[in-house]
Design a protein around this ligand. Sequence first.
Ligand code: DP6
Length: 329
Amino acid sequence: MQACWQATPNIAVIKYWGKRDDRLNLPTNSSISVTMDDSLKTVTTVRFGKDLLEDRLILNGKEANPEELGRAVRVLDAVRKAAKIKYKAEVISENNFPTAAGIASSASGFAALACAAADAAGLDATTKQLSIFARLGSGSAARSVIGGFVEWKAGKKKDGSDSYAVQIAPASHWPSLRNIVAIVNPEKKEIGSAKAMQITAKTSPLYPARLKMLPKAAEMMKDAIRRKDLEKFLELTMRESSNLHAVMLDSFPPIIYLNDISRRIMRQVHEFNLQKGKICAGYTFDAGPNAHIYTEEKYQKEIEAIISEIPGVLKTIVCRPGDGPKKLS
Ligand code: DP6
């Protein structure tokens, strides 16, 4: 009863921010993302065993803290219930990128856990089931069980049975798309996204306006993806990122993830687009100062050069759209 799977991060272009159920990670709005290739990845092995007395999680060679273990147990419990087994599990999970670099690892981590646990339990799970299992660990992980362009439908049901991800288009639909990740020197320790989105939902007067506008933005985004309309895709992506960070700042106390380096990157991207006379690159930021710059292969080298020169940019990593989780032997 053992299986090993890899999964990769996804970077949202319509973001998940706010929950209608904190325990089940049910979102207030639907979100859209691109699953990345394995330039960044998590590899997770799960073993269920009669001999195990407790669930155990080893993350990058170290025993996980109780919070991380708790999230993993929610996923394991859901898998055990579906497979009708009672065995405890041993989970070993490794990222090929330093967690300290501040790249969200929870999406790839819990997607890999969901796939490996379901497989180890002998469950012939559908992607819908896997998406629901992954969501219980971390909301954004619901999208990483699927490759390419993905929508996580918020759903309406209380039990979350209609809150899972579906594919909009496979990675092969737009293989020339790139995501240049710019790792930025963080200034101070940030507040975790689970807590931060709670504060926004409770205190931001602008947040209801965001929720009202999102369904239309999501429809336009899906349309831009289907038509591979780069300019529209990038404009919508940048506008959405700024809207998200606007409601964060509008929260009380304010939530601030962007720093001077992030803002410098934003300016440089607009400058680049101005020089080209059209929108060729577009940034998006999650709950941290690192930038994700979407562009096409033909502009990749130029963007990388410009961004790498910015003081405080520690490293750039180029990702392509990826095919989603993969079983390893
Ligand atoms: C800004 O998925 O990390 O990256 O469900 O509490 O684990 P939890 O939150 P998480 O939040 C991700 C927020 C985001 C936007 C996104 O990926 O859609």
